[in-house]
Write a protein that binds this ligand. Structure first.
Ligand SMILES: [Zn+2]
Length: 82
């Protein structure tokens, strides 16, 4: 059975091309990673920028929830003291 691979660009919908492949050792097996990019360099730049924005936002959110958890723990601690 042949698997058709479709990996269109999120911005322009053009079929993405392989930018690079690299091997990664995982325990006893080697997995091959593939990085797909948009054939349009300007478009790809935008995609990378947007991805970074999302990653930053996610990191900020995680940091915030971690801070909240720490505060909550501290508040619980305060209550116990009384
Ligand atoms: Zn594109």
């Amino acid at each position: 059975m042949k698997k058709t691979y479709s990996n269109p660009c999120v911005r322009c919908g053009t079929e993405r091309i392989v930018a690079r492949t690299w091997k990664e050792k995982m325990d006893n097996s080697t997995i091959v990673n593939t990085e797909m990019v948009c054939p349009n360099p300007d478009c790809q730049k935008q995609v990378v920028k947007e991805n970074k924005k999302q990653t930053d936002r996610y990191a900020a959110l995680r940091l915030k929830s971690e801070q909240r958890a720490t505060l909550r723990k501290a508040a619980l601690h305060e209550k116990r003291k009384k």
